[in-house]
Write a protein that binds this ligand. Structure first.
Ligand code: GLC
Length: 746
C-alpha cells in the first residue's frame, strides 16, 4: 500500500509541477498551450513524433557528419518532420511549407530555422567583435535587422544567440560569443533575444531566438573543438550559466543543446541540465532542439549503445527536438510501446513545439514569412549604416605611437592578404551573406583618400607566399608615407571546427612584416581575426595595431572611418590577448590563489603562482582599448559605504575627455568580494557605460548595482549574496586603479 501511496503522491506532485508551471505562463503562452492541447487531441502518436524531428532542407546545410540526405518532401507529406534547417530562399521555403500545410494530414506548418548568427543578408561583425563595442543598443539593432531580413527570406527561427562564455582563443567558436565575461555576456544575450523576438513573436518582423549551446561548450579541454567539458557545478553556476539564464529569462523561445559532455553527461542526454536547471530553476517553457546529430553522438560519447538508447535518454531528459540524427523518428514509437518513454511525455514535448509555432503565427499565416519584397528588405541603407557603425565601434586600438589617424593627402601603402578580400572580412557563419556586397579596406580607403593615394599590394596569401609578393610590397611601401598591413587569419579560421593550437600570425605574414619594416616607414597593423592572438611580434614591430576583427559587409568603410579619424576608435577587448598560448586560459576574473605573484610583470621563480619564462599578465587585458583622445577618471565616490542585502550599491565617478578630439569610452566598474565562503575572482565586472564626450567635456557617472549582482555559488551550490567587505574600481579596463570600498550587511 505504502509503495502505491508514494507513487500516487509522486504523480500528483508531477501533475502539480506542470500545472504550477502553467500557472506562471503569460496570457500569450497560456493561449498557445491551449491551442496545442486542442491540436494534440487530433494527432496520432507518429504525427506527434514527427513534430520532434528536424532535418536539413538542403544538402548544403551540412554542419556535421550525418547520414544520407532523405526525401524531405515525402517526410513532410507523411508528417515525419516538424522543422527544417532551411536556407534563405523564400521561394524554396514556401515550397516546403506548402507541402506541410496543404499535403500533410493535419497541415501543421514547419518551423524553419537557420544560423543567422551575425546578420542574414547584411553581415555584421562577428559576435566577438560586436561585443567589443559594448554598445548594447547597437547589438540589439543588429539582431532586429537580422530578424527582418530573415523573415523576408522565409525563416521564422534563428539558432542564435550563442551564449557560450569562453576564455580560450584556441577554440574557434570564441568568435561567435561575447568573450570571457558572464556579466557582459548576459547583457548581450538579452539584447539579441530582444532584437530577434521583439515583443510580439507573431509579428512579421520577428523570429524565434535560440539560446545556445546549452551548456558550457566554451570550456573544452585544450581549447579543442567538441572536447570534454568538466568543471564543478560551482564554476558552472558562477561563470558559464548566467548568460543562458539571462537569455531564457528574457523570453527566448528555444534552446539548443551543446555537443559536449558536462560533468560526465552529454548535454543532449543530461536531465539535470535540461529539466532540473533549465525548466525547474529557470522556468523555461519553450522547446529544446539538439545540436546537429548530437543525440546520436551520445553513442560515440559512450553513454548509450545505439540510436534507440540515445533517443530514450534524450527524450527522458526532456529534449524536444532531434536535429538531423533521425533517432527520434526511427525509435520513439518503439520506446513508447515498450514503456521506456511515456506518451504523456511525448505529448508534453510536442505541446511545447506546437506552442512556439502558434506564438510565431504559423497556424494563422505560415506564408507571411517570405512574402516581403526582398529588394526592399535586404541591404537597406539605414541598416548598412548600423553595420558600419558597429564595425567601427568594434575595432580595438591596441597601440598607437604617433601613427594614427592618417591625414588627408597622405600616400598610403595598403598591403596584406585581407586588405582587399570580400570573403574573409565576413568571417564565419555568414548565412545568406553576400561577399559581393562587401566593401573592402582597399575600396573604402581609395574612396576616402583618393585612389591615387592608395598603393596596394597583396604581399602574400594568408598562409603561403606569392611569387615576388614581398618585393612588390616593399617597393610600394618605399613610395608611400605610411604602411597599413592587413594581417591575421582568414574568415574560415573562425567558428566551428576551427580550433588552433598556434594562435600566432602565420609565418609568411610575419616575414612580410619584417620586410616592410626595412623601409623605415611608419607601420600600422590591421589585425583581421575572430579570436585573440599571440601578437607579441606585431606589437613590437608596428607603430600602431588596430584589431579590425572580421568586420562584416561594411568592414572597409569602418576601417576608413577609424584610420582617417572620422571616427575615434572606442572598442574595448572582451577577450584577453595573452602573451602566449601557454598562458591559456587566461582571463581577468581569475582567482588569487594562495601564492599570488608579487610582481606579475616579471617572470619569477620565487614560489609564487607565476611562470619562469614570461610575465604573469596578458599582453592586453580584458576591457582594454585606446582612443585618439585621453579619458581621465577621478573622484570615485562610494555613495553607499554600507548596504543591506536586497539594497543597491551606488558608486559615482568623474570622467573627463582631456584630449582635443571628441570620443567614446567604456567606463567599467569592477568589484572584489574580499572574504567569501568560496574563493572569488580578483575582479568581476558589475557595471559599464558607453559614453560620448566632446573634447574637454566631463561628466559624473553613477553606477547602481543591486546586491543580487554580488551573489555567488556557495559550497551547497546555492547562489546568493553574503554580508562582507568589497573593493570597487572604475576605469577603462580591468586594471582600473581608481578604488573604493563598501560593505554588504545582513
Ligand atoms: C552546428 C552548430 C550549431 C548550429 C547547428 C545548425 O553544428 O554547432 O551552432 O546552429 O549545427 O547548423
Amino acid at each position: 500500500m505504502k509503495k502505491l501511496l508514494l507513487s500516487i503522491i509522486t504523480i500528483v506532485a508531477a501533475g502539480a509541477s506542470v500545472v504550477a508551471a502553467d500557472r506562471r505562463l503569460s496570457a500569450e503562452e497560456a493561449e498557445a498551450f491551449r491551442f496545442a492541447d486542442g491540436l494534440l487531441r487530433k494527432m496520432t502518436l507518429q504525427e506527434k513524433i514527427g513534430q520532434l524531428q528536424q532535418f536539413r532542407a538542403y544538402t548544403s546545410d551540412v554542419t556535421g557528419p550525418d547520414g544520407e540526405p532523405r526525401n524531405i518532401d515525402a517526410a513532410i507529406r507523411n508528417g515525419e518532420v516538424g522543422s527544417l534547417i532551411a536556407g534563405c530562399q523564400p521561394q524554396h521555403n514556401h515550397r516546403l511549407q506548402r507541402i506541410a500545410v496543404e499535403e500533410s494530414r493535419l497541415g501543421i506548418p514547419l518551423i524553419l530555422g537557420c544560423d543567422i548568427i551575425h546578420g542574414c543578408r547584411i553581415t555584421f561583425p562577428e559576435n566577438l567583435a560586436m561585443s567589443c563595442s559594448w554598445d548594447i543598443q547597437a547589438i540589439e539593432q543588429s539582431a532586429r535587422i537580422a530578424a527582418e531580413e530573415s523573415v523576408a527570406s522565409g525563416l521564422n527561427w534563428t539558432f542564435s544567440p550563442m551564449c557560450d562564455i569562453s576564455a580560450d582563443p584556441r577554440w574557434g567558436r570564441v568568435s561567435e560569443g561575447a568573450g570571457e565575461d558572464p556579466y557582459l555576456g548576459s547583457k548581450i544575450a538579452v539584447a539579441m533575444v530582444r532584437g530577434y523576438q521583439g515583443d510580439d513573436l507573431s509579428s512579421d518582423k520577428t523570429i524565434a531566438a535560440c539560446v545556445k549551446h546549452f551548456a558550457a561548450y566554451g570550456a573544452p579541454q585544450a581549447g579543442r573543438e567538441y572536447h570534454t567539458v568538466d568543471m564543478s557545478e560551482m564554476m558552472f553556476r558562477d561563470r558559464y550559466l548566467p548568460p543562458y539564464a539571462a537569455a531564457v529569462k528574457a523570453g527566448a523561445a528555444t534552446v539548443m543543446t551543446s555537443f559536449n559532455d558536462l560533468m560526465g553527461v552529454p548535454a543532449s542526454g543530461n536531465r539535470w541540465l535540461l529539466y532540473d536547471v533549465l525548466r525547474e530553476e529557470l522556468g523555461f517553457r519553450g522547446f529544446v532542439v539538439s545540436d546537429y546529430t548530437s543525440i546520436h553522438e551520445m553513442v560515440a560519447h559512450g553513454v548509450v549503445a545505439d540510436g534507440k538508447e540515445a533517443a530514450e535518454l534524450s527524450l527522458n531528459a526532456h529534449l524536444n527536438m532531434d536535429m538531423v540524427s533521425g533517432d527520434y523518428l526511427v525509435y520513439t514509437e518503439k520506446l513508447v510501446r515498450e514503456g521506456k518513454v511515456s506518451e504523456k511525455l511525448i505529448n508534453q514535448l510536442c505541446r511545447e513545439v506546437l506552442a512556439v509555432k502558434y506564438r510565431l503565427g504559423l497556424f494563422d499565416d505560415p506564408f507571411k514569412y517570405g512574402s516581403q519584397n526582398q529588394e526592399e528588405a535586404y541591404f537597406r541603407p539605414e541598416n548598412l549604416a548600423v553595420a558600419r557603425k558597429l564595425a567601427a565601434e568594434s575595432m580595438v586600438l591596441l597601440k598607437n605611437e604617433d601613427a594614427l589617424p592618417v591625414a588627408e593627402g597622405t600616400k598610403i601603402a595598403l598591403i596584406g592578404p585581407f586588405a582587399d578580400s570580400q570573403g574573409d572580412q565576413l568571417g564565419s557563419w555568414i548565412a545568406a551573406g553576400d561577399a559581393k556586397r562587401s566593401i573592402t579596406f582597399r575600396k573604402a580607403l581609395e574612396e576616402r583618400y583618393g585612389a591615387e593615394n592608395i598603393l596596394y599590394a597583396k604581399g602574400c596569401e594568408a598562409e603561403r607566399a606569392i611569387e615576388g609578393g614581398v618585393d612588390e610590397a616593399v617597393k610600394i611601401a618605399s613610395q608611400a608615407d605610411i604602411v597599413l598591413v592587413s594581417m591575421g587569419l582568414p574568415g574560415w579560421h573562425s567558428g566551428e571546427a576551427s580550433a588552433r593550437s598556434d594562435i600566432s600570425v602565420p609565418a609568411v605574414q610575419q616575414e612580410l612584416l619584417d620586410a616592410l619594416k626595412t623601409t623605415g616607414r611608419k607601420i600600422v597593423v590591421l589585425l583581421s581575426t575572430g579570436r585573440a592572438m599571440d601578437i607579441r611580434n606585431e606589437v613590437a614591430k608596428a607603430d600602431a595595431v588596430l584589431v579590425t576583427w572580421h568586420g562584416g559587409t561594411m568592414a572597409g568603410p569602418a576601417v576608413a572611418d577609424i584610420i582617417s579619424g572620422d571616427k575615434n576608435p572606442s572598442g574595448h577587448l572582451t577577450l584577453t590577448f595573452p602573451h602566449s598560448v601557454g598562458q591559456v586560459p587566461i582571463h581577468y576574473n581569475a582567482k588569487n590563489t594562495g601564492r599570488p605573484s608579487r610582481n606579475p610583470y616579471k617572470p619569477a621563480a620565487n614560489y609564487t603562482s607565476t611562470y619562469i619564462d614570461i610575465p604573469n599578465v596578458p599582453l592586453f587585458p580584458f576591457g582594454y582599448g585606446l582612443s585618439y583622445t585621453q579619458f581621465e577618471y577621478s573622484d570615485l565616490k562610494v555613495l553607499t559605504p554600507e548596504v543591506k542585502i536586497g539594497g543597491t550599491v551606488k558608486v559615482s565617478v568623474k570622467v573627463k575627455n582631456a584630449g582635443e578630439r571628441d570620443g567614446d569610452d567604456v567606463a567599467q566598474l569592477y568589484v572584489r568580494d574580499l572574504v567569501a565562503e568560496t574563493t572569488r575572482p580578483v575582479r568581476e565586472l558589475k557595471g559599464f557605460e558607453r559614453l560620448s564626450l566632446k573634447a574637454g567635456e566631463e561628466r559624473v557617472l553613477t553606477f547602481e548595482i543591486p546586491t543580487s549582482e554580488l551573489a555567488y555559488c556557495h559550497r551547497d551550490n546555492t547562489v546568493r549574496e553574503d554580508a562582507g567587505e568589497f573593493k570597487v574600481w572604475v576605469g577603462e579596463d580591468s586594471n582600473a586603479s581608481l578604488e573604493g570600498e563598501f560593505a554588504l550587511k545582513k
